[in-house]
Every structure is written in structure tokens, then in C-alpha cells.
Design a protein around this ligand. Structure first.
Ligand SMILES: Cc1ncc(COP(=O)(O)O)c(C=O)c1O
Length: 383
């Protein structure tokens, strides 16, 4: 049997909506499907003011410009993240300052963030790794103490909740990804959540190539002009149609992914209790979106054996991020691998398991059976 790492969820409705968008003759951004997506986000999760953009990467870039980052500014973000989080900072000329992760959650460590603050710090940019919300209570309180902007890279946490609120609604700005690898996908897509009323108008200028076209659409002007920097941060309505179809079955997707997570949790708990692996503290959270399930092994060698053993049985698990500070680009920026020893060490031991909705219906037993067999070869009687 073959168990891939991910299979995007799909229904026939995506095709119907995409066709409707095509036939409408209004294919560009911010049209009927974009409006329906925005209404869905607001009604279902209280996520107001979503700007639909071509990717999570574009959302981060638009957010960085909207935050007004400039050369000389510093932005604190975890090294344990995707390149796009850091690139958004670098593109503005600001400097990414990498912080350590909390090994219990793999998210930015607020204590280390605090140590890294300088008079140049302008923004905090944590991520919600694997759909697990970062420690926003501490992060927001640090930001308030020092007058900093908070943008959350919520690429992976659409559908998770933190202290009674949807991920994406916290912080000044937050970014979602709707890439093929995410729970809800339109192939490539994303959203910038602008949680500050006073930034909404400028966000619409940045999204529309630096023009005030939105004012013409709202009937406030008759002609639009070039008024600011900007780019084409718009999601085609064809893709917004695909996205809407996915969002309309988000509960079903979550239910199926939740079954896989529950099975993984039950399976891995005894290993975690015996100290062979570490898993996230799932019980601590109000609602998680089952985006990813990670396991940190007790050694890099055991992690490698596990990945290889599973692969031999056709089960595809993967490593996590390669830390950014020790990546070639991180080193070009002046970082050394030893600058963040905790991140460097944990990243070498982490594995992400296959997780997609259809796995709940087909292949879960095989995946778990394979994990059991491979773990037996690694830990034998110690299990
Ligand atoms: C944490 C994080 N940030 C940003 C991105 C970029 O999103 P996209 O692929 O939609 O550009 C990803 C995507 O995998 C991600 O995991």
C-alpha cells in the first residue's frame, strides 16, 4: 500500500464554482466568489477584513509593507519556519532576528523574544506551527510593553482557536495559506487578515498595485490614481470559487482530519510517556485544526531509522523545516548554526506524519501498523 504525505481534499463543487466564475466574465480579484469567501470567514469564525491574495507568501509580503517595515527595522521571528516568513521581512530591507522555539510546542519562545528586543525592533512575527496557536498572550503583552506590531504567520492554523478567538483574528495582522498542502486549498492562495480598522484603506491600495481603485468601486471617486507602493496581491475569482467550495465543507474536512489526529494521539501517547518521543500538548488547546501531527524523536538516528523504515513500507512521513538561521541564506545574513542551538537540535529530530482527510477512510490502519512495526525494530522491548 502507498500512503502519501498529503492528498488535497476535493469535491465536485470546486468545478461548479470555478465554471460559474469563468462563465460570469468577471475573473479578476475581489469579485462575487471573493465576497462570498469573505462573508464565510466572517460568519463562521468572526474573521473580519480578509484580503484574498495569491498565496500565503504574498499575504506575508503585503503585511510587511502594510506594517511599514523599513531598512534598519528589526523583526523577531522563529528560525523554525518557512522561508516566506523571513523573505517578507528581508524584501522590505528590514532585518530578520531569529528566536528560539519552545520545544513543547515548536512555536516561538516568548522568553527568547524578550531577550532579543532592541530599540530597532519594530515587529514580532510568530507562526502557528502545525496549526497549534503560538503563545499570543505573552507575545501580545511583550508587543504592548514595547509598542511593537504583531503579525502572525497563521499559514497553517486556519480553523484553530486560541482563548475563545479564531486564529487569524489575533494580532494586528495575520496571514493564511490556502496552498495545496493546507487543510483548505485552492491550489495556490492566501489571505491577509487586517485586524486594524485604521490600516484597511491602505491595505486596499497595496492590494491593487498601489492605486485607490477601491475608492472608485465604493463610489467615492470617479477615477483612480497611483497613490502608494503596491503589487498585484489579488486572488482570481476562479480560485476564490474553488476556495469557497472547500470552505463550505470545512467541517467535514476537519472531522476526517480529526479522526486521524485522534488515532495518532492514542498510538503515540505510550511512546511519549516512556520518553522515546515528544508530541505536542494537545489537551491544552481549545480547538485545533489537525493540520499536522509531529513527533520529536529521542535521537536523530532513531528519527532517520523511522523515516526510512516507513518509506520501505510505502508510508511517507517527512522532516520538518530546516532552520532558517543555519540555511545558506541565513548564513549570508550573518547567522551561524550555533546561534540557535535549541532550534538546530530539535529540528534534526522532528518528523511529520502523513495527514489528510481521506486517510481517515483509507489507509490509517496500514499507516499505524507500519509505524508499530518500524518502532519495534528501533525500540524493541523497551516499548
Ligand atoms: C509557516 C508558513 N508560512 C508561509 C507559507 C507560505 O504559504 P504559500 O505556500 O501559500 O505561499 C507556508 C507554506 O507552506 C508556511 O508553512
Amino acid at each position: 500500500m502507498n500512503i502519501p504525505f498529503n492528498i488535497p481534499y476535493a469535491t465536485e463543487q470546486e468545478i461548479r464554482y470555478a465554471t460559474q466564475a469563468l462563465k460570469s466574465g468577471r475573473l479578476c480579484g475581489n469579485n462575487q466568489f471573493a465576497k462570498r469567501v469573505q462573508a464565510h470567514l466572517a460568519e463562521k469564525h468572526g474573521l473580519q477584513n480578509a484580503f484574498l491574495v495569491p498565496s500565503g507568501t504574498a499575504a506575508l509580503e503585503m503585511g510587511a509593507w502594510l506594517a511599514g517595515l523599513q531598512p534598519g527595522d528589526e523583526v523577531i521571528l522563529p528560525s523554525y519556519t518557512f522561508s516566506s516568513t523571513a523573505n517578507a521581512v528581508v524584501l522590505t530591507g528590514a532585518k530578520p532576528v531569529f528566536c528560539e522555539i519552545d520545544p513543547k510546542t515548536m512555536n516561538a519562545d516568548p522568553e527568547h523574544i524578550r531577550e532579543l528586543i532592541t530599540p530597532k525592533t519594530r515587529m514580532l512575527l510568530p507562526i502557528d506551527y502545525a496549526g497549534i496557536p503560538c503563545d499570543m498572550e505573552s507575545i501580545v503583552s511583550i508587543a504592548q510593553e514595547h509598542g511593537l506590531i504583531v503579525m502572525v504567520d497563521a499559514a497553517q492554523s486556519y480553523g484553530s482557536r486560541y482563548q475563545g478567538k479564531a486564529c487569524g483574528s489575533l494580532g494586528d495582522l495575520a496571514t493564511f495559506s490556502f496552498h495545496e498542502t493546507k487543510n483548505i486549498s485552492c491550489g495556490e492562495g492566501g489571505a491577509l487578515m487586517v485586524n486594524r480598522e485604521d490600516w484597511l484603506q491602505r491595505a486596499s491600495f497595496l492590494q491593487e498595485k498601489g492605486t485607490d481603485r477601491s475608492l472608485v468601486l465604493y463610489g467615492q471617486k470617479t477615477k483612480y490614481h497611483w497613490v502608494d507602493i503596491g503589487s498585484s496581491y489579488l486572488l482570481s475569482d476562479i480560485l476564490a470559487g474553488v476556495l469557497l467550495a472547500q470552505l463550505e465543507c470545512e467541517d467535514r474536512i476537519l472531522e476526517l482530519r480529526g479522526k486521524v489526529t485522534a488515532a495518532y494521539l492514542e498510538f503515540w501517547k505510550p511512546y511519549a510517556e516512556k520518553g522515546m518521543v515528544q508530541i505536542a500538548p494537545y489537551g491544552q488547546y481549545e480547538k485545533l485544526n489537525s493540520h499536522a501531527f509531529w513527533v520529536v524523536f529521542d535521537s536523530e538516528t532513531n528519527k532517520e531509522k523511522f523515516l526510512l523504515g516507513l518509506k520501505e513500507r510505502g508510508v511517507y512521513a517527512y522532516i520538518g523545516y530546516m532552520p532558517l538561521h543555519s540555511a545558506p541564506m541565513g548564513q549570508k545574513l550573518g547567522y551561524k548554526p550555533q546561534d540557535l542551538p535549541r532550534t538546530q537540535e530539535i529540528a534534526a529530530r522532528i518528523v511529520r506524519l502523513p495527514l489528510y482527510a481521506e486517510l481517515a477512510n483509507d489507509g490509517l490502519d496500514y499507516a499505524l501498523g507500519s509505524m508499530e512495526l518500524v518502532l519495534e525494530t528501533i525500540y524493541g522491548d523497551k516499548r
